[in-house]
Design a protein around this ligand. Structure first.
Ligand code: NAD
Ligand code: IPM
Ligand code: MN
Length: 355
């Protein structure tokens, strides 16, 4: 049956990297991939066109699609807008509406890129960790939130909150993912200070009893940030809340050489998903053919695997990415001595040739 894929290019480098992902999808369609694609607006471009970062039309299409492929939203042009109109609000709203609570962010060091990391090659060589970030709860969505005047001065406040059921479902995803890998889960929290993360630790521990074959450890988030840089290969699956996962995954991306290498899958309970690179709209390089499209292309691979039932095609896309790296093609962010420096489109050309 033909599946529906919604494309959301967004802002900044978004349309440039999405164009390369679409070339990959078009090629796979010729080889039998049965999908219909449609594009819609989200983020700043949607604000420009409709006044809203997530127009109803886009949301409707997203909720009826089998998978959504998103690039990136945001930019300095929108930084002074009222909060509810900010591009980022559109992204948060689509994640919440799709209920894609499980955000999988794999940090894999491709052999050819161990020299591209700012860390010593032996610290990162062959690294393969999976950060699982809870995506629709925590301080991102907690109420009350706001800025108001109290005792004659402004105060800003947010609420860090997790329910037992929210923690339980993400914990199951972590343990089940670990079963398919090296059977280790490290849960990251700040239980020494924050009650919401005390509950996090308690519930993850309870769920862990159902998975006696998986080794569970716990780590405080500040130590986890340090350990990721000190010795990242001690980790297999890391599971954590929304805000800690946001920060730790950007840090982990540098182990791989660049944030331009990290794809993600955000899944609901039924295998529907939203797929996006972990990076943003990179306003500093937008419109210059400088962006690395590989995180976006690797997000296509995750979409093929998790929502479109096309494991073999997913493998093929990942193999093509490995091949272009082995051939020496490098965008600026992953450039090292001896590489062939290319732009966004030329990297896309290389991937298409490798496919
Ligand atoms: P960013 O991820 O956009 O950029 C951080 C740095 O990484 C920049 O120097 C950028 O040039 C570089 N970079 C990012 N992606 C790259 C790629 N594919 N190839 C090469 N270099 C790349 O983060 P930021 O600068 O903090 O945020 C910019 C805007 O993006 C903000 O409006 C922010 O809210 C938004 N944002 C959106 C998303 C998303 O859409 N999922 C994620 C993060 C940030
Ligand atoms: C990410 C981004 C988003 C987040 C922003 C743009 C809302 O940083 O996808 O990592 O914080 O989740
Ligand atoms: Mn982020």
């Amino acid at each position: 049956m033909t599946k529906k894929v919604l494309l959301l290019p967004g802002d900044g480098i978004g349309p440039e990297i999405m164009a390369q992902a679409v070339r990959v999808l078009d090629l796979l369609k010729k080889d039998g991939l049965k999908i219909e694609t449609e594009s819609a607006l989200i983020g700043g471009c949607a604000v420009d066109a409709t006044g809203k970062p997530l127009p109803e039309e886009t949301l409707k299409l997203a909720l009826t699609a089998d998978a959504v492929l998103l690039a990136s939203v945001g930019g300095p042009k929108y930084d002074t807008l009222p909060r509810e109109q900010r591009p980022e609000r559109g992204l948060l709203a689509i994640r919440k509406a799709m209920n894609v609570f499980a955000n999988l962010r794999p940090a894999i060091v491709y052999e050819e890129l161990s020299g591209a990391s700012t860390l010593k090659p032996d610290v990162v060589a062959n690294l393969d960790i999976l950060i699982i970030r809870e995506l629709v709860g925590d301080i991102y969505f907690g109420e009350p939130r706001g800025i108001e005047v109290r005792n004659g001065e402004r105060v800003g406040f947010n609420t860090m909150i997790y329910s037992e059921s929210e923690i339980r479902r993400i914990a199951h995803v972590a343990f089940q993912s670990a079963r398919k890998r090296n059977k280790k889960v490290c849960s990251v929290d700040k239980m020494n200070v924050l009650e919401s993360t005390q509950l996090w630790r308690d519930v993850v521990t309870e769920v862990g009893k159902e998975y006696p074959d998986v080794e569970l450890s716990h780590m405080l988030v500040d130590n986890a940030a340090m350990q990721l840089i000190r010795n990242p290969k001690q980790f297999d699956v890391m599971v954590t809340g929304n805000i800690f996962g946001d920060i730790l995954s950007d840090a982990a991306s540098m182990l791989t050489g660049s944030i331009g290498m990290l794809p993600s899958a955000s899944l609901d309970e039924n295998g529907k998903g939203l797929y996006e690179p972990i990076h943003g709209s990179a306003p500093d390089i937008a419109g210059k053919n400088l962006a690395n499209p590989l995180a976006q292309i690797l997000s296509v691979a995750m979409m093929l695997r998790f929502s479109l039932g096309e494991e073999a095609m997913a493998d093929r896309v990942e193999a093509a990415v490995k091949k272009v790296l082995a051939q020496g093609y490098r965008t600026g962010d992953i450039f090292t001595e001896g590489g062939k420096r290319v732009g966004t489109v030329e990297m896309g050309d290389a991937v298409i040739a490798a496919l």
